[in-house]
Design a protein around this ligand. Structure first.
Ligand code: UDP
Length: 329
């Protein structure tokens, strides 16, 4: 049943965006997906959503979208997110992630749209000394990607002060897993779980373990893998929450798994040996990133359903088997 609220989803054809669109439709919202389809996939957009091909760097195009539709709220997933690439392309990252967001906020202000849920990242914290990481951790990002996300967080705060636009800033840890319909299909793929599953599908010879000499129990990096469905659940709750007040919080499962543990889970689930090769550390990888999600749990009444890496990998494996070439057929 529709509650007649219309949500504009920027980047709704991407991995996390498409799963959120699925959740919004299930929650009875009308959904408009805006995507420039540089990385997004048309096939990933829910059939009930209206598609607007729009690049948020184009302020006129963004305004045109708000002129054409009555929009109640915005979810913003439309960002570049390759940390390595951002190291040498700060302009590109700020143009899309900051200026694009600035265009969006100006259009919201001019059309009296008062709510936005924003995909932020634990990369805004920078060098992490201690885990679990809560929201009081200093935000000192160490790459242009993290800087561009933090800059937009500050813009959101500023636009609330000046124009009363309320926001939910959600700082994700490692988004992972799939629904029956939507999974992870990046080009290039750099993320651990899809790469491991590509080995199981016979598309790659082995997986490289980037760094085997970290100060962790098995020497490989530890990350907090949060299932995309749990992320989407938090977004739906945050959309309601910011009807009343703004918020910023982490979204993680609060469980840390090492690279070796992820590979082992994939071996178990796929029944493929998945050869692994120890390789050099990847620049900029902190040894451990694990969230405290206490704040999200308290404020949003949210509990992640997936905390076990086997279950997360299982959902991803089901999707990858069905879509061995991603959304491209
Ligand atoms: N990783 C790895 N081999 C790969 C890809 C990733 O060992 O081929 C490691 C990476 O160094 C990190 C973890 O897996 O410690 C998760 O990386 P991913 O790129 O998935 O997410 P990130 O933590 O960088 O956001």
């Amino acid at each position: 049943m529709s509650d007649h609220e219309t949500v504009l989803v920027i980047g709704g054809a991407g991995y996390i965006g498409s799963v959120n669109v699925e959740a919004l439709v299930a929650a009875g919202k009308r959904v408009i997906v805006a995507d420039n389809f540089e990385y997004g996939h048309r096939e990933a957009v829910h059939p009930d959503a209206v598609i607007e091909e729009c690049d948020i760097r184009d302020g006129d195009a963004v305004r045109g979208m708000f002129d054409a539709h009555t929009i109640d709220a915005v979810m913003h997933f439309g960002a570049y997110a390759y940390v390595g690439e951002s190291m040498t392309q700060a302009e590109r990252y700020f143009h899309n992630n900051f200026i694009g967001g600035y265009n969006l906020l100006n259009a919201m202000r001019d059309h009296d749209v008062k709510r936005i849920v924003f995909s932020s990242t634990c990369a805004t914290y920078g060098d992490v000394q201690e885990v679990p990481i809560d929201e009081s951790h200093p935000q000192q990002p160490i790459n242009p990607y993290g800087c561009s996300k933090l800059a937009f967080e500050l813009l959101l705060r500023s636009y609330e002060i000046s124009y009363g636009i309320r926001h939910a800033i959600l700082r994700y840890f490692n988004a992972s897993g799939a629904t029956a319909e939507h999974g992870e299909d990046h080009n290039p793929e750099t993320h651990l779980i899809p790469l491991v599953l590509q080995v199981a599908l016979g598309q790659r010879e082995h997986i490289s373990i980037f760094g085997a000499d970290y100060d962790t129990p098995d020497g490989s990096c530890i990350r907090d893998y949060i299932h995309v469905s749990d992320l989407a659940d938090a977004h739906i709750r945050a959309l309601e929450y910011c009807k009343n007040e703004s918020l910023f919080c982490n979204l993680g499962s609060e469980h840390g798994y090492s690279v070796r543990e992820v590979i082992e889970a994939a071996r178990k689930i796929t029944k493929h040996p998945i050869p692994a090769v120890e390789a050099e550390r990847r620049a900029g990888d902190p040894p451990r990133l694990v969230a405290s999600s206490k704040k999200a749990k308290e404020l949003l009444g949210w509990t992640p359903r997936f905390t076990d890496i086997d279950k997360i990998v299982e959902t991803a494996w089901l999707w990858h088997q069905k879509h061995p070439n991603g959304y491209a057929w």
